[in-house]
Design a protein around this ligand. Structure first.
Ligand code: ADP
Length: 190
């Protein structure tokens, strides 16, 4: 299996790039943010819980996030591989993902990280707010909170994969096509 963690701060372009990579490598795209938003739209109990965290720019608790992600993997038994987008976002999630995949006799092939400076992220998220309809994009203080949470809790997940020699950084500034080409170059060489 080809199992990729597509990593990067909010607004780095993970969702945009996933769409291309899914087609090219025939992978199943699992975005925890999308899964939460699907639950919010359908007014499930999980959605209600997730919304209370997301609207403030905080992380949804690990226990809830991990079991949701595992359920989503289990629903795709025929998958050739996965792109994990927005997951793992904490050290605990990274450990849980490894244990879960090991139980299925597979593992993470690589973490590919989109590297984008903070000022550029703020500009992109403010721009996305015009069309995304996402309450967490609309308020600069919530955006800042998401960036702060990323730096405090999520950025260290890089070290976890570096420790396994699986981290690959990619310059996430440029045109969408340029960045896709950089990602493809790295993934083809895996
Ligand atoms: P972005 O990368 O732009 O922040 P996402 O759609 O990935 O957007 O995530 C939106 C929100 O959903 C996050 O701010 C967080 O509240 C919640 N979320 C998504 N993935 C996770 C995760 N793995 N762990 C905890 N919370 C998450």
């Amino acid at each position: 299996m080809l199992n990729l963690v597509l990593f990067g701060p909010p607004g780095a372009g993970k969702g945009t790039q996933s769409a291309f990579l899914v087609d090219r490598y025939e992978l199943v795209h699992l975005s925890t943010g999308d899964l939460f938003r699907f639950n919010i739209k359908n007014e499930t109990e999980l959605g209600q819980l997730a919304k209370s965290y997301m609207d403030k720019g905080q992380l949804v608790p690990d226990s809830v996030t991990i079991s949701m992600l595992e359920d989503a993997v289990n629903k795709n038994p025929q998958a050739k591989g996965f792109i994990f987008d927005g997951f793992p976002r904490t050290h605990g999630q990274a450990q849980a993902l490894d244990a879960f995949l090991e139980g299925r006799s597979t593992g993470i092939t690589s973490m590919v990280a989109l590297e984008v400076p903070e000022d550029e992220l703020r500009v992109r998220l403010a721009e996305r707010a015009k069309t995304s309809g996402r309450p967490d994009d609309a308020d600069p203080s919530i955006i800042q909170n998401r960036i702060d949470v990323y730096n405090a809790e999520t950025a260290p997940v890089k070290d976890y994969y570096e420790g396994q020699a699986k981290y690959q950084g990619v310059d996430g500034v440029g045109s969408i096509e340029e960045i896709t080409d950089r990602l493809v170059g790295i993934i083809d060489a895996l």
